[in-house]
Design a protein around this ligand. Structure first.
Ligand code: ZN
Length: 249
């Protein structure tokens, strides 16, 4: 995992800080997932994705049932420790840094505030797909992919499931599911998750030609305006399409 970090780092897009971070996550299956940080010029800094979040999001989207370890090029910040706690409550996940001794997350985040403090028995993993029906017809593959991503999202604190699909110039699709956090702020928005999926293939953000957000009708929060703003900052010519859905019991 440590040897893969320089490769993970090449996926970084850090035009604001110039500080590239790479991360490698090992899922319960033993598969490794590479991620890097993403910064969006013109947007508030909260639109940023950290490398650990990126690698964990990719592992999540690949249906990993748990996370065993994470390696990073820089010590995980407090925000990432909180994000990882949601994916691996209890702090057993191992954290590797080059030249340092291996530690468990619970050593880096003692007395953690996590899902159990809000009455949840488990965190974001394993994925628990929800059933969502759109209020309108599914009109195209991008919308269908966004719906599938929304069904894969984790939103136990708001019920505001959401997913984004983006299409690029060669027609390929990349999806991102919302991953909520007990501490709210470290939640990963679905658009950022989709951007990470795209960047992890080596493609460029300038290749985005279409984007669809699926979220819940009448939910207590919405991703719409933040997604529109971030998309506009990256691709002013692409207009976000939004479709609303309702949960099916
Ligand atoms: Zn971080």
């Amino acid at each position: 995992m440590l040897e893969l970090l320089p490769l993970a780092q090449t996926f970084a897009r850090a035009p604001i800080s110039g500080f590239s971070v790479g991360a490698v996550v090992r899922g319960a299956s033993g598969a490794l997932y590479l991620g890097a940080n993403l910064e969006i010029p013109g947007q508030p800094l909260y639109a940023t994705v950290h490398a650990e979040q990126a690698a964990a999001s990719i592992a999540y989207m690949h249906g990993e049932s748990g996370m065993e370890a994470v390696a990073t090029t820089a010590a995980p910040c407090g925000y990432c420790r909180q994000f990882l706690e949601e994916l691996a409550p209890g702090g057993e996940i191992r954290v590797l840094l080059a030249g340092r001794r291996l530690v468990r997350l619970q050593w880096l985040l003692p007395d953690a505030f996590g899902p159990r403090d809000l009455g949840r028995k488990q965190g974001a993993l394993p994925m628990n797909r929800v059933k969502i029906a759109l209020l309108t017809e599914v009109t195209d593959p991008v919308m269908a992919a966004a719906l599938s991503a929304a069904c894969a999202s984790y939103a136990p604190y708001t019920g505001a499931h959401s997913g984004v699909a983006i299409q690029v110039t060669d027609g390929s699709l990349y999806t991102g599911a919302y991953i909520e956090n007990a501490a709210f702020n470290p939640s990963l928005p679905p658009f950022q998750a989709a951007l990470i999926s795209l960047l992890s293939t080596g493609l460029h953000l300038e290749e985005i030609t279409d984007a669809v957000l699926v979220e819940m009708d009448g939910a207590v929060i919405s991703q719409k305006s933040a997604t529109e703003d971030a998309l506009f900052a990256l691709r002013p010519s692409v207009r976000l399409r939004t479709a609303l859905g309702r949960g099916i019991v």
